[in-house]
Structures are given as structure tokens and as C-alpha cells.
Design a protein around this ligand. Sequence first.
Ligand code: GLA
Length: 389
Amino acid sequence: MKEKLMEQFQKLYGAGGDIRAYFAPGRVNLIGEHTDYNGGHVFPCALTIGTYLIARKREDRKLNFYSENFAKLGVKESSLDDLTCKAEDAWTNYPKGVIWAFNEKGHPVESGFDMLLYGNIPNGSGLSSSASVEVVTGVMLKDMLGYEDLTMVDLALYGQYSENNYNGVNCGIMDQFAIAMGKAEHAIFLDTSDLSYEYAPVKLEDARIVIACSNKKRGLGDSKYNERRSECETALAELQKVKDIKNLGELTEAEFEEIKDAIGSEVRRRRAKHAVYENQRTIHAVEALKQNDIERFGKLMNESHISLRDDYEVTGIELDTLVEEAWKCDGVIGSRMTGAGFGGCTVSLVKTDCIDSFIEKVGAAYKEKIGYSADFYVVDIGSGAHVMD
Ligand code: GLA
């Protein structure tokens, strides 16, 4: 892959100079959804698919972006002298945002770059292709500009900072953290209240992780995401009037039940309930995995989906169909939506010898009910973002 992209880079921008290659994965979250902006736990892992970036420093302040995935757009040009976020700059607003964030955070970017990107994460699938672009850009800038003081966690935080303040999505830290810090065959048990984390081996033995992509266009997703986030913030402020807490992730189920009436609306009570219960489920799920109790892990995944469907209301008919059809199949240990919701993907743990029939049955039922097809990917857990040798 690297050689082919290097060749394309030189065809596009000319040979010579110090051309380097970088990779950042996509991610899938196994459990712990919509907990990361509530100070709770998440349990994502990096994938082996992701974003490749080939780059070379320029002598001037020009930024040239080209993506194999958006070849029709050709080379998009920008400049360090105008880093505003513009609709017509399309996907390049992600790498531009990271350059902007480096400047804001005191790691100035003073030279331009030629860049070529290629991603093999299915488009708009909810496997964090945008966070992958952010982190790969950060890894490139750190390497090219020699900012050795920056850690991988810093690069995750810069990615989140740019997404929040440049691209206008109030996301938590989960995606960028998983992408920056991923480890092959492990998921990351991350406490988002203080960024402490632990790697947990994911040994599925006779099962695999299967991702089903709904192919539903997200549309309103981002604004709904921000809406959920502010509902949780309001609920937290209401609870803080009766209990000294910093975030919803601090509460056990019992503590929440005791004080939940302080929340002034039934809808906000359900949103907060999800955040509290999902955090506890995530803690239990990791315990179960450590004890090799994969059945219990799967049940907690199923409960997570029900809570996201009924209390948090971020699923929709597409994701519900994929999950509810998955639950009917033989060999399914657990199945749930993953990521922000409102479209995107589901994640299922499926016994290896049942994967073909799973894809066939869920695929047929989905097409029948929804009218278009879902795509399925059997994935492996890969390592975090890095400079390619
Ligand atoms: C998106 C966000 C994450 C997280 C998930 C939901 O992927 O980018 O920060 O909030 O949704 O768990």
C-alpha cells in the first residue's frame, strides 16, 4: 500500500525531497456508548483498516490536499495564511482543523505541505474516518516538525479540540484516543474522567467481530449528537443541586435512582439514566471479559443497545433492524449499535462458523425491510496511529 501511494504522490506533486508515510486506524467501540462526554468509561479498539497519509514539507505556506477517496475534487489548495473552516473546502477541513489546533495550542505550523490521503474505512460508516484523518494529520505534523514533546494522548486531544472548535461537533475523546492509542488484539478500557486507561486482551477464540454498516446517510446526526450532549449537561446541573458530583459517570445505578427526581423532565431523566447505567455496564463487561465470560459480555452488549434505543433514542429503524435480526441468528454472542448512532454501524460478536449464515440472514432481512443493502465487514483489532517504516 505504502509504495503504491508513494508513487501516486510523486506523479501528482513531483519527485524529490523528504516524502514520508503515516497511518491511523479507524475504531469500533465494543461497549460504553455516549458515556465519554459524561465522564464515564468506554471500551473501544482500533481496527486494521484506516487512513494513509503521504506528505512532504513545502518551502512556502501553501497547503495541497488530495484524497484518493475524493479523486473527483482533484488537489484542493489552502494556505497557512487563511485557515478558516469553509464549506467548499469539504473533507480538507479535517486536516486544516488539526493544523489550526497546533497553532492554537502553541505548536506553530510555519511551513506548507503537499499531502495525499487514502482511507479504506467504509465511507461515512461511523467507524471514525474523520477522527482517523485528524490523528494521522497530528502524527505527521509532530514527526515533520520535530515536536517530540507531544505524546500520542496530546495528539488525540488536539484532534478532539479541532473537531469541537473548528468542525463544530461536540464529540468526546473516545474516537481520537482509540485511534492514537490502539493496540493489536486489545481493547482500551478508558476512564474519560481522567484519561486513565488499561489495555484488555480481546480473546474471542471461536468468534469474530462483525461490523454491519447500515448505509443510512447521517444528515442530522451531528446536531442530534450535540442535542444529546446538552440534555446530559442540563440533567447533570439539576442533579448537582442535590448531590456533589462532577459528572454522571460518578453515579452508581442505586445513587442515580435515589436522586433522579431532581431532573425536571422525563426525557432528560432517561438520557441521564442511560449515561449512568451504560457506564456501569461497561465496567461489568470488562470484568466479564477478564474472566473469559464472553457470554456475559455479549448480554451486556445487547442491554447497551436496548438502552440506546429506548432511553437515549439514538438508534432508528436501520440500526434496530440490524441488531434485532442479529439477535435472532445462531452463533451471535452479542450485538449492538456502535458510535454516535442515527445511522452508521452495528458491532456483533459472532461464532466463526456462523458468520456466513449471519451475513446472509441479517443482510436479506435488512434489504427486505429497509429497501437497500447493508455491508458487512469481519474485522481485526489493529494498532494505533504511527509513522510507517
Ligand atoms: C461519536 C463521538 C464519540 C462518542 C460516540 C458515542 O463517535 O465522536 O466521542 O461520544 O459518538 O459513544
